[in-house]
Design a protein around this ligand. Structure first.
Ligand code: ADP
Ligand code: MG
Length: 323
């Protein structure tokens, strides 16, 4: 069990940003409307995620750290019906195996909650405590007991870069949630909630950029596309400013990126890229999110149809702008 957790940790927890991603996705799954992330020293020293979501029942707190205890997959076909971001029950046990975790949570509004401390997979504290409704995770000294892994960590700036990149995408995927991200006490990102993606774009890239975004919309029998793409005169020098959100989940996709670029480059030079946020909604059976433990990559069952729709939608928006 212990070894299994450390092995799983290697897959799920690659670096501080993976911890941030898993904790924030859990907070999103818990129906939170306010999520605060505070990291110290690029997350290598500590990572804290606080939410106002459902909280965890006192008796469920310890089991949340057991591998697959909470897996939401009960039958093979369930994989195609996943609507929550998490579903493997792998993240918390993996994180707890390679760090020192303090969980404080309450699932009610009368101030009663539970506090758990786990270090290197060992339960140290499990006690009643006063807590507001919601959940607070503090993860300290990531990889303290796996020196080989620790050695591979890059500079604080690099690790922080990965964290802010994830947080930007997660904030873009959920404009209805108010996110705050701090590094060593300094605010890196603050969004207001309220549901307007343009406001999130403004918070990340500035109001000028937000104003230079064109709405993009398309639809066929299987897919609904909505989002924003930058005006032709507002291009980027790199392709990382494209975000795809599939059924509310931020994903990476080579095929979809290529589809956007095919549409984009029929109108614009090939060394320029758009800033883009594209939301794609489809029946869960059309997308398989279970390709990799970190769930960043997905598989589409009608990929050719989807990429054609995307390319056409991008071309159409730019065409209207250029004409
Ligand atoms: P998964 O997200 O795949 O179910 P995790 O290991 O990430 O597995 O989390 C285990 C369980 O702990 C979740 O299924 C959820 O029930 C509970 N949990 C974790 N974080 C939170 C949170 N912030 N708020 C409420 N419940 C949480
Ligand atoms: Mg999870």
């Amino acid at each position: 069990e212990h070894i299994a957790n450390q092995i799983a940790a290697g897959e799920v927890v690659e670096r501080p940003a993976s911890v941030v991603k898993e904790l924030v996705e859990n907070a999103m799954d818990a129906g939170s409307t306010v999520i605060e992330v505070s990291v110290e020293e690029g997350g290598l020293h500590s990572i804290r995620v606080t939410d106002n979501g459902s909280g965890i029942e006192p008796d469920d707190c310890e089991t949340a750290f057991y591998r697959h205890a909470t897996s939401k997959i009960s039958q093979g076909r369930d994989l195609f019906q996943i609507t929550s971001l998490g579903f493997r029950g792998e993240a918390l046990p993996s994180i707890a195996a390679v760090s020192k975790v303090t969980l404080t949570t309450s699932s009610n509004t009368d101030g009663r909650g539970r506090r758990i401390v786990i270090e290197g997979g060992q339960l140290k504290v499990n006690e009643d405590t006063a807590a507001p409704r919601g959940t607070d995770f503090i993860v300290k000294e990531l990889f303290y007991n796996t020196p080989a892994r620790l050695k591979y960590m890059k500079t604080i700036q690099t690790e922080l870069g990965h964290i802010s990149d994830y947080m930007y995408r997660l904030a873009l995927s959920r404009a209805d949630i108010a996110f705050t991200v701090r590094h060593n006490g300094n605010v890196l990102l603050q969004t207001m909630g309220g549901g307007d993606t343009r406001n999130v774009i403004a918070a990340i890239y500035g109001t000028g950029t937000a104003k230079a975004m064109l709405p993009i919309e398309a639809e066929d029998m299987d897919y609904r596309i909505s989002g924003f793409i930058s005006r032709p005169d507002w291009t980027r020098a790199n392709r990382n400013a494209m975000s795809f959100i599939v059924n509310g989940r931020y994903i990476r996709s080579y095929a979809l990126t290529q589809a956007v670029l095919r549409g984009y480059h029929t109108m614009l030079p090939i060394n320029r890229y758009p800033l883009m946020v594209m939301k794609l909604d489809m029946h869960p059976s059309l997308v398989d999110v279970n390709v990799h433990p970190s769930k960043l990559e997905v598989r589409f069952s009608k990929e050719a149809e989807l990429t054609a729709l995307i390319q056409e939608a991008v071309q159409k928006v730019l065409m209207q702008e250029v004409l």
